[in-house]
Ligand binder design. Structure first.
Ligand code: CA
Length: 228
């Protein structure tokens, strides 16, 4: 599931520019042209992050940020403030109401995306989907591509998620329960034998390229992705 990023911006050209760049980076953009509408969206589904313009008609960005921070169900949503103002005291005011980062217009969309990723990495690391490489293994979670030595490997969706999880956490031993929790999610009712089944399938996928050796069984403890 791509991360939902709510953009609150009254200038539609900027709103679209941000939305397009978010989409290209594998995020799901949601749009609001004022804070009142944004509040409605947040009331229905909590976004993973909000890009919030300061100067808005009606309720301004600072006021909206304050309201979000006062509500227990919304106070943890990371916020990146946007503004045309560049004075230091405005920056401080933005950070005082609980914004996680701050960008002054005009800004490069590339830099905004980099900052969004940085904030998510800090606050919700599982939401950042970036291609990852370990020696000969290359995995792109946005395009669902796995390659070893430049050659594409066919892999099922669950094995893909499993390998992605391992590659992001190399050399750490995970118990079956931890793997279930991280890869399948809390709501899963499947038993931990399921992990063994998918580990076997994952090794089968990686056998031809010799990468199956990287998935190690640690007796009595669980599994680990071996980096060397
Ligand atoms: Ca504005």
């Amino acid at each position: 599931m791509p991360a939902n990023i709510l953009i609150v911006e009254d200038e539609e050209s900027i709103l679209e520019l941000i939305a397009i760049n978010l989409k290209q980076s594998g995020f799901n953009p949601m749009r609001a042209i004022n804070a009142e509408f944004a509040e409605k969206i947040v009331g229905e589904a909590i976004p993973d992050l909000i890009v919030l313009d300061w100067m808005l008609p009606g309720m301004d960005g600072i006021e909206f940020a304050k309201r979000l921070k006062m509500n227990s169900s919304t106070k943890k949503i990371p916020i990146i403030m946007l503004t045309a103002k560049s004075e230091e005291d405005n920056k401080l005011q933005g950070l005082n109401v609980g914004a996680d980062d701050y960008m002054t217009k005009p800004f490069s969309p590339k830099e905004l995306i980099a900052r969004i990723k940085a904030v998510l990495r800090r606050k919700a690391p599982e939401q950042v989907k970036e291609p990852i490489m370990h020696k000969n293994l290359f995995l792109d979670p946005n395009k669902l591509i796995l390659k070893s030595h430049e050659k594409k490997i066919n892999i099922g969706p669950t094995e893909f998620k499993l390998l992605y999880f391992f590659m992001r956490n190399p050399d750490i031993i995970f118990s079956r329960n931890q793997i279930l929790d991280k890869v399948w999610g809390n709501q899963s009712v499947i038993d931990d034998r399921t992990v063994d089944v998918h580990i076997k399938r994952l090794r089968d996928c990686l056998k031809n390229s010799g990468d199956d050796q990287k998935i190690q069984t640690v007796r009595g403890l669980g599994y680990r992705f071996n980096e060397d």
